[in-house]
Design a protein around this ligand. Sequence first.
Ligand code: ZN
Length: 456
Amino acid sequence: MTTLLIKNIHTLVTMDAARRELRHAAIFIRDNVIEQVGTLEAMPPMAADEVLDLGDRHIVLPGLVNTHHHFFQTLTRVIPAAQDCSLFNWLETLYPLWSKLNAESIHVSAQMAAAELMLSGCTTASDHLYLFPNDCTLDAEIAAIAEMGLRFHASRGSMSVGVSKGGLPPDALVEQESDILKDSQRLIEQYHDNARHGMLRITLAPCSPFSVSPDLLRESAAMARAYPGVRLHTHLAENKADVAYSLNKFGLIPGDFAESVGWLGEDVWHAHCVQLSDDSIGKFARTGTGVAHCPCSNMRLASGIAPIRKMLDRGVPVGLGVDGSASNDGSNLLQEARMAFLLARVRDCDATAMTAREILEVATLGGARVLGRDDIGAIAPGMSADFIAVDIDRHSFAGAHHDLVAALVFCSIDSVDYSFVNGKKVVDRGQLTAVDLTALVQKHNRIARQLVNSQS
Ligand code: ZN
């Protein structure tokens, strides 16, 4: 057993049941679990194996949770032909490039995305890998993220309906549904850890209604529900063309289509939901179906602004996602929170439509709920030791010490100084502890160049 004391915290945002914000605070951790939280004066004197003295100049908060991403897309950011596309032609432009992916590029791109997420405050991420050309496997991604020390929800994505059957992806990128289900079961049985504080869970995630069959959605749901804690994830109602496809192909709006295949429930979360109808929002609320809100991607692809104020008011679980790196084109979760906060105000032309503290709650507790976890998202006894610290003396906080918690969102804070995941330090004075970032960037850029140049 090892113990860790974080002391002299200037401001501690707990996100506990009372949403306490403490001055001059401390956190005591045993192994990977938070044991005590309080003001330093109120806590009994205690010895710890390791002490981190934050010198009364850091704000500490629970690690942020990213609920939607496609790590492999870091290799294809800002491709000129895809810069000014909306969703469907953006996908059609990039599918041929993605068909060149291999296990090495999956590994390196996953570490690159994780690096950007972790440096911007993310301690738990979900990723959605839905194409498996050449020797690509979800195993390659899982191994890469384990090296980084990030808490991980790996989604076994899939595509099974190609162009010849009325779907969007090229036929060469789709898999047989029997192979998808067989690999899904293998991954669950090999990796899924549903224990409290588990570092790796598996999600089943057929890619979207326009790239898989209703049967695969039904069968994936049945398989996931046979294993405790295996959740379901897909894209839904991303833009108006997505709604039109659903009406045209299935005769149902996306929310009703999801219901028809058993994809509403507390164990399901959908990415985007920009064009979700009021009636569907009501169904999401009644069933506890979650939403991954990805504001930068929705702006970048001109999809619209998801009605998250309305969703939150009606009790829909909402978390934040940076979405894939080819439609953001970043993985900065602190900046995503700021964008979600600003955009909620723009959508309703209402400066009270979202507060800074509300969006921080969406980014922490909201994401935890969407991923079905009650062990992350707050700094309280019994929770996983996942938290981040930001130096308040940095230039972007200057003049904003009147309300440091709100300043995390109002000001342009884009990185953290410390991050702990499961009690382990993964960012130390602004640097990742697991990898040499410069070497990783160089390797990543070499592979990205090869990927783009190899296209005929
Ligand atoms: Zn996506």
